[in-house]
Design a protein around this ligand. Structure first.
Ligand SMILES: Cc1cc2nc3c(=O)[nH]c(=O)nc-3n(C[C@H](O)[C@H](O)[C@H](O)COP(=O)(O)OP(=O)(O)OC[C@H]3O[C@@H](n4cnc5c(N)ncnc54)[C@H](O)[C@@H]3O)c2cc1C
Length: 351
């Protein structure tokens, strides 16, 4: 086979791309994964994985999550506070979450894909994609432009997906903006992923995640309310201190990114979209790593099942349940006010 012609090109090496590349390479396909970031590229994230992700990771990557990609504390419990305050909040029983160091975790996933036989190029930024009988992909690496082609293309290039924008230029892809700060703390933090539901912080929720001697705090906003994103983190910091939850010190990092917040789009001109590129992120919780791994797996399996035919219909069918779930949750989030948030927390804590 011509070295520049692949069975499958995967654009993006986050959880979605690494998953798709691993499954396809394990089955013997000749897979090229193009990742614009360098080794250990940074992704703004809380790094929270629900317990059930463990099983999915073992299924796709044939390995347990290694301890060196876990933060301190490695496991957390889910804790909710409703708009009425701490007095009505508490820990969700039987909740168990993994607390990962996201950059190390993603690098480990890409290494798994490589060990499965996929070719992984870091620092390879895709600049154009065209489809004429085959997918033709242009990327730039070390200042040099390269062309590669493939029968199959998976777009796993995240919430701002270039592949989606190239193949369906007019598609609307609304987003929720998420701001995060990493702040040193002088008190000992409980091993909680603490979600605080109150319209004064966020139409979604504000959260804290302990990371070693620091605390990650975050909050989400709609695109219309983007100017209130960082002020909302100031309000949330004040609340954490006033309620004697955290003694906040020096800020180590402040960053903003987005998660998809609209109807999923899972195919484009014969290409399969996975994870954030497809809009497959839980709009209620902001959880997207598990959905990216699962959609990457389903996309690769659809390609394998379809052999020489188009995988579009197989993938659409396989992903339909996840699309329905994200669409339904999206409607719930839009209709949420503080009364609904109060009811949500009280019913979750009563379970
Ligand atoms: C602040 C914040 C906190 C979050 N916290 C959590 C959490 O705690 N738990 C959780 O489950 N989810 C969380 N999410 C959501 C989660 O991060 C995403 O849903 C998840 O990363 C989606 O994975 P993905 O593989 O689809 O995309 P990504 O992880 O975004 O990966 C896309 C990859 O594509 C690469 N890329 C982009 N463009 C190109 C290009 N042109 N050429 C080549 N490569 C390209 C990028 O460098 C990147 O590596 C959070 C999101 C945000 C913004």
């Amino acid at each position: 086979m011509d070295a520049e012609n692949w069975d499958l090109i995967v654009v993006g090496g986050g959880p979605g791309g690494a998953s798709a590349a691993t499954i396809a390479a394990k089955a013997g396909l000749n897979v090229l994964l193009l990742e614009s970031g360098d080794l250990m590229r940074h992704k703004p994230c809380g790094g929270i994985l629900p317990e059930i992700t463990e099983e999915l990771i073992e299924e796709v990557f044939d390995s347990m999550i290694p301890s060196d990609v876990l933060s301190e504390p490695a496991e957390l419990v889910l804790r909710y506070t409703p708009p009425s305050g701490e007095v009505n909040g508490g820990r969700v029983s039987n909740s168990r979450l993994f607390n990962v160091k996201r950059d190390e975790f993603d690098q480990w996933l890409r290494n798994c894909a490589k060990d499965s036989g996929a070719t992984i190029l870091h620092g390879a930024r895709v600049t154009d994609v065209q489809f004429v009988n085959m997918f033709s992909v242009t990327y730039v690496q070390n200042g040099k432009q390269n062309e590669v082609s493939a029968r199959n293309l998976i777009a796993a290039d995240g919430v701002h997906s270039l592949v989606r924008r190239r193949l369906i230029p007019n598609a609307s892809a609304p987003k929720m903006l998420v701001g995060q700060r990493l702040i040193k703390v002088s008190n000992e933090m409980p091993a909680d992923f603490h979600c605080v539901f109150a319209g004064m912080f966020s139409p979604f929720y504000a959260y804290t995640v302990p990371k070693g001697d620091s605390l990650k705090i975050g909050s989400g906003m709609t695109e219309d309310e983007r100017l209130d994103l960082m002020p909302s983190l100031d309000r949330f910091s004040d609340w954490l201190q006033q309620n004697q939850i955290a003694e906040l010190g020096e800020m180590v990092l402040q960053e903003g990114w987005a998660i998809p917040f609209g109807e999923p789009i899972v195919t484009a001109e014969g290409a399969l979209l996975v994870g954030d590129a497809a809009g497959l992120c839980n709009p209620l919780s902001g959880e997207g790593i598990r959905l990216a791994i699962e959609s990457g797996q389903l996309a690769a399996e659809a390609i394998l099942e379809s052999k020489d035919a188009s995988p579009v219909e197989n993938y659409r069918q396989a992903i339909a349940g996840m699309v329905r779930m994200v669409t339904a949750l999206h409607k719930i989030v839009l209709a949420t006010d503080d009364d609904a948030r109060e009811n949500f927390v009280s019913s979750e804590l009563a379970r």
